[in-house]
Design a protein around this ligand. Structure first.
Ligand code: ZN
Ligand code: ZN
Length: 420
């Protein structure tokens, strides 16, 4: 049972409710461009995962089969009192590993390169929760290896992993204030807001997934302070709505430093030392601007309403496509999902270019709607990913899509020209 797939409709419903409350109360917690970017990043992570999640799964399954110290039977995890206790223990053990994975994800450069994307939003709302990395498959499995060495059944791991992730959704909100003693036991909106802050006092604090007790045990707990309002985001701002660049930005910084330092030891050190550390020769030649939080301004290129509408409509269409791709992946596997995934990733990239008001954005978008989407549909028919008897429907749908997009793109294109 895929718990995350079951939770997604509830996530979207909660998101819509929060947007409605935000509009009604005029709190300004949502900006369309930021939310579109967070949803694009989440969509990219989910679909990219179809092709990468197998790597850690194979490694962890191998560890379980060949290196496990204990033989823990899946049948023990039933609904008897001892079974429920085992589930609880498994969840706590997972949450402990999550704390260390998350902590190292902040404190070691190459791991931060993967995790930073979750923190790049300068707003904080339920859409922020969906900003997940596409490169977590590289290293994060290492932190869960002990669970498999102890013999945790794979199905139990998948379930407690999903529960931990689902729990963390609701804490990404500014609509819930402090919750008293709960803030000191569980991860809550208040203490997770601290985690997403770039204020000096809040940095590298509150790494917990479900239990914030781990932070209190290991000295990384920080309460949200009334006289220190949280400024959300990262200290080296992304300043872009491109979801692919969002995944690569910190890797790029690290690569730059590794290439430019003269010291061979530092070429390795750049990746594995404490986040923020730079080789002294690179620091001297390419100094970074100091962070002045009092002058902080959110990245916010002004989008004409017609362009904003165009981007939001296409994101909604992209979200519907994700559902279809999800079914395709479940029934036909990753290879069959590749063509629609590439079309989807091109869409997300194009929406990023439009939101960034890039001078080539309209040309790129025209290429997407006139070439990429029709060619993808043709390729899916050719490779029989779409059955032949649906060719007529697919052609009609594609023509309708292109027509509507072109009609909507004309006023949006004028607004880009007048901005640039
Ligand atoms: Zn984090
Ligand atoms: Zn978060």
């Amino acid at each position: 049972m895929d718990l995350i797939a079951i939770a997604i409709p509830f996530f979207l419903l909660a998101l819509l409710v929060e947007i409605a409350v935000d509009r009604k109360q005029g709190t300004g917690f949502y900006r369309a461009n930021d939310s579109v970017n967070s949803l694009s990043v989440g969509t990219l992570s989910t679909t990219f995962g179809y092709f990468t999640n197998l790597i850690p799964a194979v490694i962890l399954a191998y560890a379980l089969q060949n290196l496990a110290l204990f033989n823990i039977d899946l049948a023990w995890f039933d609904f008897s009192p001892s079974g429920i206790l085992l589930w609880l223990l498994a969840l706590i053990a997972f949450d402990f590993c999550y704390y260390w994975a998350h902590r190292c994800g902040h404190e070691i450069s190459v791991l931060w390169a993967a995790h930073a994307i979750h923190h790049q939003s300068e707003d904080y709302n339920l859409s922020t929760a969906l900003r997940q990395t596409s490169s977590g498959f590289l290293f994060s499995w290492i932190f869960y290896l002990p669970l498999f060495l102890l013999g945790m059944p794979f199905e139990v791991f998948v379930t407690v992993n999903a529960l931990d992730l689902i729990y963390q959704f609701w804490v990404h909100t500014q609509l819930v204030g402090k919750l008293g003693w709960l803030d000191r036991i569980l991860v809550t909106p208040s203490n997770h807001r601290v985690h997403h802050a770039q204020n000096k006092i809040y940095i590298d604090k509150n790494y917990g997934g479900i239990l914030v007790l781990w932070d209190r045990m290991f000295g990384t707990f920080q309460e949200e302070l009334d006289d220190e309002p949280v400024i959300f985001g990262v200290r080296k701002p992304l300043a872009s709505w491109n979801p692919i660049w969002a995944n690569l930005q910190v890797y790029h910084y690290l690569l730059f430093d590794a290439v430019h330092t003269q010291n061979w030891k530092d070429k390795i050190g750049v990746w594995f030392r404490r986040t923020g550390w730079r080789p002294s020769d690179v620091e001297e030649r390419y100094p970074k601007n100091p962070v002045i939080l009092s002058a902080f301004e959110k990245y916010d290129p002004p989008l004409h309403p017609s362009l904003r509408r165009y981007v939001v409509i296409n994101l909604v269409l992209g979200a519907i496509a994700v559902l279809g791709i999800g079914f395709l992946f479940a029934s036909h596997g990753a290879l069959a999902s590749l063509i629609p995934c590439v079309a989807l990733w091109t869409t997300l990239l194009s929406l990023g270019f439009l939101s960034d008001l890039k001078h080539y954005a309209i040309r790129f978008e025209l290429a997407r709607i006139l070439l990429v989407v029709p060619l993808s549909v043709l390729a899916m028919l050719y490779f029989k990913v779409l059955p032949e008897n649906q060719a007529g429907m697919a052609a009609l749908g594609t023509m309708l899509f292109v027509l509507v997009c072109v009609i909507l793109l004309v006023p949006a294109a004028r607004s880009v020209k007048s901005e640039s």
